[in-house]
Each structure stands twice: as C-alpha cells, then as structure tokens.
Design a protein around this ligand. Structure first.
Ligand code: GAR
Length: 211
C-alpha cells in the first residue's frame, strides 16, 4: 500500500483508538469503515454525525448498531448540537466520546476552524479523484466524474488526505488509481472509483494506530 509517511502498523496508544464518522449521504464508506472495525477491533467507531436528517447513512448506522446524531449547517458552524436531548457543544460531545480522530466519509460541509484546532492532523477525508485535481467546492459525486471525463483524462482514482480549511485540501496520505477509457460514463467511472474506496478502512486503521 502506498501510504506516505506511515510505514508500519505499530499501536502506541494504551487503548484502541476511537473514531467518529461525519457523513452527508448514502454512507457506503461509513458502512465499510464500521464493518472493518467490527471484524478487527483495531479502532472503534463511537458514532456517526450527519448534517442531513434524511441521509441514508443514518439508516445504515442504526442497522449496524452505531449511535448517530444530526446537526444543521448552522449548528455545525456554531459548534452546537442537540446531544441526548440537551444542547451541547460539538467539541464537548466529541470529547465525551473520547474521540481520537474524525473521519469524513462523503461529508459535504467545510470543516470549521474550531474543529481543525481541536483535532489537528486528526481529521481524514476521502475524495473520488486524484487531488489536487478535481477537488474543491461543488466537486463531489458525479460532478467529479463528469469533469474528469469531459477533460479527457486517462486516469482517475481516490485520494485520502488530512483535512484543512479548504475543501479537498491537505496532506495526502494515500492515493489509488484506475484507468479512464473513452467509453466510460460518470456511472461506470463511479463504479471503478467506488471499488478503490474500499481501501479507506485500512488507511484509517494504519493512521490512527500511528499516534
Ligand atoms: C464518496 O465517493 C466520497 O469519495 C465522496 O462522496 C462519496 C460518498 O459516498 N466524497 C467527496 O466527494 C468529498 N468531496 P458514500 O456516502 O456512499 O460513502
């Protein structure tokens, strides 16, 4: 695995690292990340946070037995959340869950500064293209694959990186590539990229056990 900066799996923490997942949509990556942790116990998923009450990731979380909470865009920006029926700050909730690392999995809001400061180099993101190309505001899902095809690219792939104050930006931890042919449509390219996204749990596992 081409994993820049972290060569070996060497647990240093006294306990199994805890992660939380932030997601906005279907949650297929969230499901892979949760299932991986159940099979191996090399990290624990303490919760799912979502900015859309109708997102399918909430159904998946319930089915998988992982607690989930929602917040609005404004609540997220203002560091507030309703947690177990009471208003709280999101950072206090994350601390209450003993969160070591935040994993963005199809999460479409920009990460606010207060969260970047609370979790420096501890927020991971996955993007369905080879950053630094085809990232930024509005570049998600099919928009990415359409742009890659329209530009006549021969390759696309995935990027897993540390989040910073810009969309789809920050130190790259891992990339994987797939070919793009003239016959590809956004749907077929999505399928190829989606297969590559299965690497996310392993990259998370290595990263959180390198602290
Ligand atoms: C994934 O393809 C992920 O790479 C992408 O959203 C999808 C979420 O799917 N993320 C971005 O585009 C971030 N800019 P999922 O909800 O089924 O995991």
């Amino acid at each position: 695995m081409n994993f820049a900066g972290i060569q070996t799996y060497s647990p240093k923490m006294e306990r199994i690292p805890n992660i939380v997942i932030f997601a906005s949509g279907s949650g297929s990556n969230a499901e892979n990340i949760i299932n991986w942790s159940k099979d191996r116990d090399t990290y624990r998923v303490k919760g799912v946070f979502c900015n859309r009450k109708d997102a399918y990731v909430l159904t998946r979380a319930e089915r998988l037995g992982v607690p989930a909470w929602t917040f609005s865009r404004k609540e997220f920006k203002d560091n507030t959340i309703i947690y177990n029926g009471e208003a709280a700050s999101l950072t206090a909730v994350l601390a209450d869950l003993d969160t070591d690392c935040i994993v963005l999995a199809g999460f479409l809001l920009k990460v606010p500064d207060y969260l970047l400061e609370a979790y420096p180099e501890r927020i991971l993101n996955i993007h369905p293209a080879l950053l630094p190309s085809y990232g930024g505001k509005g570049m998600y899902g099919d928009h990415v694959h359409k742009a890659v095809i329209a530009a006549g690219e021969k390759e696309s792939g995935i990027t897993i990186h540390l989040a910073d104050s810009q969309y789809d930006h920050g130190r790259i931890l891992y990339q994987a590539r797939c070919s793009v042919s003239p016959e590809d449509t956004p749907e077929t390219l999505f399928e190829k990229v989606h297969l590559l996204e299965r690497a996310y749990p392993e990259v998370i596992e290595k990263y959180v056990n390198s602290f």
